[in-house]
Design a protein around this ligand. Structure first.
Ligand SMILES: [Zn+2]
Length: 345
């Protein structure tokens, strides 16, 4: 007897975190009577006088955003982490707390308020990658910083309050638990096999070619076997690189192409500006991490249309994540979509 991934409920193992996801393929047939979201607004002006990220405007804290011409980063005026926090551990019986030192930055991808990553030129996305590289290296070089998290929340559905194309960086002293888990899993594999866990996995995926969305000389984009979100995707370099600082100019341009293709396919899926949270997981900055293979993940909430999103509730809060549409169905759908944005046709 063999598992039929399209019929049998089954669990899939995430090799990077050691966690499981429950897959219930037969459930896609159920009718939807749940919540419907609003379709996101697509047409925006190139410049919005009320947007604090548009060049030349004044931010809420009184600072002025300069008249930048490509990319621009600055320390968040309302940071979740502060650089001068004492990094002390306090224990009182079973109560344990630690001060967290950190720096939060905002990264503007473009001065043009109307754009999003899929609508930007590949070269302009490469400028964003170059700024991420610079920030990762500069923040990571600080004594008080051991981990740099680069991420983007896109769309009101993901809690993004400003549509101006931008992302964030949270750099901090402690290493976040998701990264700790991935370090542990990659290290165990590297010590046993002497090779990159993700690199060997990518090779298996390239051989099978069931979940691959796109590849160029240096990068692969795919829906990982253990994906939790309906249209989750991952971009990773074919050759093991610990972090984005190791990217050459040519590799950074190839990375930009993969980002443009994946985000364009997302928008083309339901012909809307597709909401997601994306982030780059890479080696912490306090040491050499020969086991680490950096990757960028996209977690989009939309499920079956522009207005129906997946909720992480009930069993998923108390047990583990669950999905209905299979990874292979999602990959097939995304792969089949055009690499040209629907609004440009
Ligand atoms: Zn703006």
């Amino acid at each position: 007897m063999k598992l039929d991934y399209n019929e049998h409920p089954h669990r899939r193992y995430n090799i990077l975190t050691g966690e499981w996801v429950l897959v219930s393929p037969h459930r896609t047939k159920r009718p939807w009577q749940g919540k419907q979201e609003k379709i996101p607004e697509t047409k925006r002006p190139k410049y919005d006088p009320t947007c604090y990220l548009c060049p030349g405007n004044t931010r809420a804290g009184g600072e002025q955003t300069p008249k930048y011409e490509s990319v621009y980063s600055f320390t968040n005026d309302f940071s979740a982490l502060l650089a001068d926090t004492p990094n002390i551990l306090e224990e009182d019986g079973l109560l344990k707390a630690q001060g967290e030192t950190g720096i939060c930055k905002v990264v503007c991808f473009s001065p043009d308020h109307s754009l999003t990553l899929p609508l930007m030129e590949q070269k302009a996305i490469a400028d964003v990658v170059a700024l991420w590289q610079k920030e990762y290296s500069e923040l990571g070089a600080k004594q008080s910083i051991r981990h740099v998290q680069i991420f983007e929340n896109k769309g009101a559905m993901m809690g993004c309050s400003n549509p101006h194309p931008h992302g964030q960086i949270w750099a901090q002293y402690s290493i976040p638990q998701e990264v700790e888990r991935k370090t542990k899993m990659q290290r165990a594999y590297f010590e046993k096999n002497g090779s990159s866990l993700l690199g060997d996995y990518l090779q298996q995926e390239l051989d099978k070619d069931e979940r691959i969305l796109f590849q160029n000389e240096h990068f692969v984009a795919l829906v990982p076997f253990w994906a939790v979100w309906p249209y989750e995707a991952m971009i990773a370099p074919k050759k093991q690189l610990q972090n984005i600082a190791a990217l050459s100019k040519e590799q950074a341009l190839a990375f930009a192409e993969a980002i443009k293709v994946v985000t364009t396919k997302f928008d083309n899926l339901f012909e809307v500006s597709f909401p997601y949270s994306s982030g780059i997981h890479q080696s912490p900055t306090d040491n050499d991490y020969p086991e680490w293979h950096f990757h960028m993940s996209f977690y989009p909430p939309l499920l079956r249309s522009a207005t129906v999103k997946k909720f992480m509730v009930g069993y998923e809060m108390f047990g583990n994540p669950q999905r209905d549409i299979t990874v292979e169905q999602a990959a097939k759908k995304l792969k089949g979509l055009s690499n040209t944005h629907y609004s440009l046709k």
